[in-house]
Design a protein around this ligand. Structure first.
Ligand code: KG4
Ligand code: ZN
Length: 317
């Protein structure tokens, strides 16, 4: 089954041709990060216009690299939700045109399911499975009893993890997007500052990151107003330590409660080195299989949408 997958929900214009949910015949990602860096975050209006400029270029390249024509495709899959509406519309309209022109079935894929299925590009799934979804817009703990059976156990009550990383980085003025920058700094520092590890009670699978974010920002503002300098690498390490501790402990609790055979992490923050290492070590201790996506499939891409679409079709969802 050959699927052309399209992803344009935020600031990446991406297309991939994926065979049988796993074999990647092409994977093209045009990222707008350099443009949004000028504004310190994604500007929706600018993002939509960039998608319009690039969508046909990315389409041509994806088909060319896969050495196929649209006639060879079995399905067109596109991210339909969640995301920036103007950005989503560009990908969806492109998908509809191809589907109409070449008489191909169109599959609408949820972006979060795409992030989860980025893991299938690496490894088969064992069920029951626990997926920790951590991106710029979402933080969710999901139980999967089978393919395309998702039960949300908990989610963030305020900021998403990636959002907290980006906001802290903006205040401390280290650049955008904040996640990869703070991750790198964290590895050069030690967690010497005391910050809250907010767990919302031992029975809760929900998350809250705004208190932690505010604690870092207050620490920074207090020091600057007194003319003191903080050790930014140590601050990044302390922030990351608090984030990772909460994410790993809640995921481990869910894995034990639901007898998980497999734990995965998904979304942009799954690229975080500290999280990958800590989760792997915890799951090793618990003797539970742990896998994570290759770095290039952690952040937004269309190969993951092709993998999710494959199982959406197989399960008739
Ligand atoms: O999944 P994604 O590409 O887009 C959304 O669907 O939101 O995630 C982007 C988010 C950004 O907030 C970015 O700062 C974060 O993922 N991110 C990271 C790392 N790499 C990307 N956060 C922490 N550590 C990283 N290494
Ligand atoms: Zn995403």
């Amino acid at each position: 089954m050959i699927i052309l997958a399209i992803e344009s929900s935020c600031d990446e214009t991406a297309m991939a041709v994926v065979k049988d949910g796993r074999t990647i015949l092409s994977n093209v990602v045009y990222t707008q990060i350099d443009i949004h860096t000028l504004y310190g975050g994604v500007v929706p209006e600018v993002a939509s216009r960039e998608h319009i400029k690039k969508i046909t270029v990315v389409l041509d390249q994806a088909l060319k690299e896969a050495s196929i024509t649209p006639n060879d495709l079995d399905y067109i899959a596109v991210t339909s939700n969640p995301g920036l509406i103007g950005s989503l519309m560009v990908g969806i309209n492109c998908a509809k045109v191809i589907a109409c022109l070449y008489n191909k079935p169109l599959i609408m894929v949820n972006h979060i399911y795409g992030h989860i299925y980025a893991n299938y590009l690496e490894s088969d799934f064992l069920f029951p499975m626990i997926a920790l979804v951590v991106s710029g817009g979402h933080t969710e703990l999901v139980l999967m009893e089978d393919h395309f059976k998702f039960k949300v156990l908990g989610e963030t009550l305020d900021d998403a993890v990636g959002e907290a990383y980006d906001k802290v980085a903006r205040v401390v003025n280290v650049g955008y997007p904040g996640g990869p920058i703070l991750d790198k700094m964290a590895h050069e520092g030690i967690a010497s500052y005391e910050l809250p590890h907010i767990k919302l009670g031992k029975d809760s699978y929900d998350f809250s990151f705004s208190g932690l974010k505010s604690a870092v920002i207050n620490l920074y503002n207090k020091a600057t107003s007194k003319g003191e300098t903080l050790d930014y690498n140590n601050l990044a390490a302390s922030f990351q330590n608090a984030v990772v501790d909460v994410l790993v402990s809640k995921t481990a609790k869910a894995a034990l409660e639901f007898n998980a055979k497999h734990v995965i992490i998904a979304g942009g923050v799954s690229a975080n080195k500290g999280l990958r290492e800590a989760m792997e070590s915890k799951m090793n201790d618990l003797d539970i299989k742990f896998t994570c996506p290759k770095m290039k499939y952690c952040t937004d891409n269309a190969a993951m949408i092709g993998a999710a679409a494959y199982f959406q079709i197989l399960t008739n969802k």
